[in-house]
Ligand binder design. Sequence first.
Ligand code: NAI
Ligand code: MG
Length: 337
Amino acid sequence: MAQRPLTVIKGDGIGPDIVDAALSVLDAVGATFDIEEVAVGKAALDGGADDPLPDDALASIERTGLVLKGPVTTPSGGGYRSVNVAMRKHFDLYANVRPTISLPGTKSRYDDLDIITVRENKGGMYSGEGQTVSDDGQRAEALSVITREQCERILKFAFEMARARGRKKVTLAHKANIMKSTSGLFLEVGRELAEQYDDLEHEELIVDACAMKLVMEPKNFDVIVTTNLFGDILSDLCAGLIGGLGLAPGANIGDKCAMFEAVHGSAPDIAGQGIANPTSVILAAALMLDHIDQPERATQIREAVRAAIAEGDRTTPDLGGEGSTSSFTEAVISRLR
Ligand code: NAI
Ligand code: MG
């Protein structure tokens, strides 16, 4: 039988190490793919491409519709545009789903959290539109744009996902008191749609208070749906609640394409040391298996990761262990054989 094609982007910094870890875990669980490896961002430029998002990478993703991706460095301030944002736009990956589930054995303050952040992935402050700095450098502008259609799509996605997964409550995080146009539209559409989902508890929180409540009473949260910038920040906060960014996977979902990655970035502070926690990308690979209807394999991976962390088996320093990326990956794989 022909294998399912998969585009792999190893990314920058810790990316190649943790993506290789995830690929060997997929292999161990018998999930094999026809892999097309492509480079984007700095890796592409270093390899001689003249665009950080080269045509061959776009063509591969167009073909496979499925991507496993390591973090890609984006220069701050000047330099080229974020290829992450560009790919989300190009492939219409409108929903960013970030589950954070407590793993016993980590240093986190809580041990029974299960929060899914659903982040609008294309619009708002991250639409990248109208970013200018005046010639004298004294004034900077950016445009925040969100359409009713974008609001409807992400809110519907969140409500449907919550219902399909038997979740109880959806919290809509907004800042409609200040950002009356953009956040106001998001809240308005959320209220309209919530009426069609009266089997789910509907909660509205202003985003700053939401951040505070997440830290103080995280067990009260179930599914959070929010706009792009707020979702970026709240999902990192949630990762912090369960023991750090090294544990948090994310899925970028569109109707024709889906891209699975870690929530975190390329971690330049620990790159090249072999100590990055690969759990985030391994769990992203499990989300990918769920997405392509291989839930048994996904569950096997999650259970192996859970057990290895709970038993402190060769875990990485971010979890207080003395292991490395490769030793922890071995610990996971040994539970799959
Ligand atoms: P970061 O997420 O790379 O790192 C933040 C902190 O978390 C660092 O102390 C890092 O060592 C730690 N950390 C992250 N992942 C870890 C792991 N797997 N194991 C152990 N510790 C881990 O954030 P930062 O430094 O702000 O961003 C670095 C670069 O990554 C930037 O260029 C940014 O644009 C890019 N980035 C890319 C993303 C993507 O490709 N989706 C997402 C977020 C950032
Ligand atoms: Mg982020």
